[in-house]
Design a protein around this ligand. Structure first.
Ligand SMILES: Nc1nc2c(c(=O)[nH]1)N=C([C@H](O)[C@@H](O)CO)CN2
Length: 118
C-alpha cells in the first residue's frame, strides 16, 4: 500500500497535565503516515483524487489549537479519528513529540496506529 506522509509539522499549543502548562504554549511536532492508493491521483494528475497533505496539516493544526487537552494520548486518538473519518485513508500512524517536556531528553512523546473500521 502507498503512503502519504507529513514530517515534523510544528504546532504551538496549550497542552499538559500540570498547572504551569495551562498558561504557556508549548511546541509539538507531528509525524503522520497515511496509507492510501496513490494511483488514481497519479493517473489523472488531479489533486481532487489525492490525499491532500496540506489539507490534513491544516486540520491537525486547527484541532490541536482549538480545545486544550492534558495528555498526548488524548490528542493522538482524537486526530486519528478525525483523519480516518474525513480523509481517504485506511490506516494512520501519528507520532507526537513534545521536546520541552523532559529537559534531559532530546524529545518524548507517543505514537499510535489506527485503522478504519470495516
Ligand atoms: N504518556 C504521557 N506521559 C506524560 C504526559 C503525556 O501527555 N503522556 N504528559 C506529561 C506532562 O504534561 C509533561 O509533558 C510535563 O513535563 C507527563 N507525562
Amino acid at each position: 500500500m502507498d503512503k502519504v506522509f507529513i514530517s515534523q509539522l510544528h504546532v504551538d499549543t496549550i497542552i499538559g497535565v500540570y498547572d504551569f502548562e495551562k498558561e504557556t504554549k508549548q511546541s509539538l511536532y507531528f509525524d503522520i503516515e497515511m496509507l492510501c492508493d496513490i494511483k488514481p491521483a497519479a493517473k489523472t494528475d488531479d489533486i481532487a483524487l489525492a490525499l491532500d497533505y496540506a489539507k490534513v496539516s491544516e486540520r491537525v493544526i486547527a484541532h490541536t489549537t482549538a480545545k486544550p487537552v492534558e495528555l498526548l494520548e488524548t490528542l493522538a486518538e482524537q486526530l486519528a479519528a478525525i483523519i480516518l473519518t474525513e480523509f481517504t485513508t485506511t490506516q494512520v500512524t501519528i507520532r507526537i513529540s513534545k521536546p520541552a517536556a523532559v529537559t534531559q531528553a532530546n524529545t518524548v512523546g507517543v505514537e499510535i496506529t489506527r485503522r478504519k473500521a470495516c
